[in-house]
Design a protein around this ligand. Sequence first.
Ligand code: SF4
Length: 223
Amino acid sequence: MAGTLVSVSEIVRCHFCPVRFSLERKLEVRESPRYTIAKQVSSHLGGDLDAGAIWEEVAAILPEIDPSFRAYLNASVERCRSGAWRIPAETEVPVRSDRFGIRGLVDKIFDEEPSFAITRPTESPAIGVSTADRIRVAAYALCLRESLGIPSGQGAVEYIPSGEIRVCTPQPRDRRAVIRAAEVVRHIREGRIPKRPVHAPCTGCPYREKCHTGGKPLSDLFR
Ligand code: SF4
């Protein structure tokens, strides 16, 4: 299965709507300014949080960034100041599961549980972690177990704009969702046409008009 590895981000997108995933599959995915900022803020957690110095790093990484994003960075840094952040043993660690055909890049690995963390540029939900982040944590945990031998019963999610870290314990349903979505991604790559899910998140989807014309093959949606 090594030649058909599916990324964790593909799994998350396909989990929510395989039709949209299929339509957007060949579009270039660019890193968002918020994600770049969140990653840089995260890289300084547990040490000095100098907003000016972090902004200089962000501007070097993403020279075209709109200066208005400085407000997002400043607010994130302020919120993160009060947190008790652990220092990771390693960062940006490539992991994979050949058994399930999944690959990814784990943001942080720690010596103790939760044994890894992922960094998100979004506010924390009211409770726990978002569905998308449950899927991410479950996928990375599968990869960590197989490629690094780390059992990873839990993963943490850093919600940088909220200055919060939330712990997630993946459940069997989360692991099933990961394995199922990875299979669907492979089927789509093979040219199969995905079905519109019953509970697809259509509100606000840019493909809503085309998608709801009823009964058209997916190839028609590209015209
Ligand atoms: S309109 Fe709904 S079913 Fe169609 S691509 Fe968007 S989310 Fe998926």
